[in-house]
Design a protein around this ligand. Sequence first.
Ligand code: HEM
Length: 492
Amino acid sequence: MVCDFGSIFFTSFAIVIFAVYCLLKRANDLFYTSKFSSKEYNIPPGDMSLPFIGNMFTFFTTFKYGDPESFISYFTSRYGQGGMYKAFMFGTPSIIVTKPQVCKKILMDDDNFELGWPKSVLNLIGKKALHGITSQEHKRLRRITTSPIKGKHALSLYLGLIEEVVKSSFEKWNAIEEKPIEFLSEMKKSTFEVIIRIMIGSEIDPQWLDMVEKVYTIYLKGFLALPINLPGFAYHRAFKARENLVKIFQSVIDERKVMNMKDESRSKGNMVDLIMAIEDDEGRRLNDEEIIDLLIVYVFAGHETTAHTAAWAIMYLEQHPEFLQKAKEEQEEIVKRRHPDSDKKLSYDEIRQMKYLTKVIDETLRCSNVTLAIYRNAKRTINMNGYTIPKGWKVLTWIRQVNLDPNNHVNSKEFNPSRWDTFSAFLPFGAGPRLCPGAELAKLEVSVFLHYFLLNYRLERLNPKTSVTYLPIPSPTDNCLARLKRISSSCQ
Ligand code: HEM
């Protein structure tokens, strides 16, 4: 009897909770969509979930603990293959877009869409970087800051430096053969060293580098944390880390000012010196705050993504011996073609000859791109692809889904570099005025990592079945616990 009463009570309680949940969901949806009920509008299907929280709880939990694809496949399987879905993300009604052509159109369209990073992210990035400024200022800053990292001349300058870091990293990882390494974490340290040396200069104290890398790790964790700025929370720690980074880069700038006063004509081959010297049409130079925010963004954007790509490319090649062999043969061929008297260093032209390796890198970017989505805000109500995007709504161009959608790629979950023999839909570096300015540099860096790996080493994973995170967040994975083994007696 007691048991019956208990189960009736709990069943009724569950029904009431479920009814309230459905009611709140419906209310949230109606609140935002009812004004678009006339025939001229067509809000995409989807799920805006509960008021205030929206889909954020599912978003964070699936990304942190589950299969990240499940968040988006919930929309695609439930609401059809239309490629546009309403949702409620980061406190704002949103449209998720997964169709490549529509994503591209949105990213290219500066008139109707503006940058839409959540406020919590913008606060962490900084007001004066490429993200918190007007589109006019953005154009100017991009002009100033992207030429030192694009094109044959600029990239050839960094090739030696990248080679040095890559070779010494592999040697270091191989030397501690008896102790496994967290391959992904180690890779991040190496790409961090590359970007810092490009930004600040080649002469870097290893202890200083280690300290700054640790600060960055804390800073990066804030980007995918719940935006709670209270002590004890990752987001708060990220803010503190940012304050530290400002102090660190300020002291670099102060040091350069003193050096410039002593010798104005000294050689200026790194980003910080170049940015400090550049003047706009009215002769104005960037102030310290602008330079620091830019440095923070470039280092932030320029190492984690590259590390994931290099580490994943190596993991994929190890999983597919036939592709590894093909890539290795290409590298051996390139080395064989060198003049016997050459200095045995990689040249920019040799990198351009690595046609198969380029396909391996593109396929890696497709399969494991760390950039999930690119955020925009609709400046005005606009109809696209048969659906309405209302003014002020957030638009999330879900490029990870574009890259993995079976409608865009045959056997989309399979790693297969040969699919790049013909063109495929692909947006790993975004598109339009905000297209990643570091794309060429990133590909160059990954090529150098792969070149030396293929010719000299093999990676032996200790837990090959354990998943490896591709997000900069703490997750229940082992970050690719592995041993690096040398396969040739003398390194090429
Ligand atoms: C595999 C490596 C990389 C990937 C997948 C990647 C991806 C992206 C994507 C998708 C965007 C567009 C964001 C948007 O439209 O809002 C972007 C922007 C950006 N990336 Fe990269 N990136 C990589 C490497 C790099 C490197 C090496 C650097 C620096 C040297 C860099 C610097 C930047 C900067 C500064 C922006 C902002 C551009 C702007 O707002 O105008 N990235 N990146």
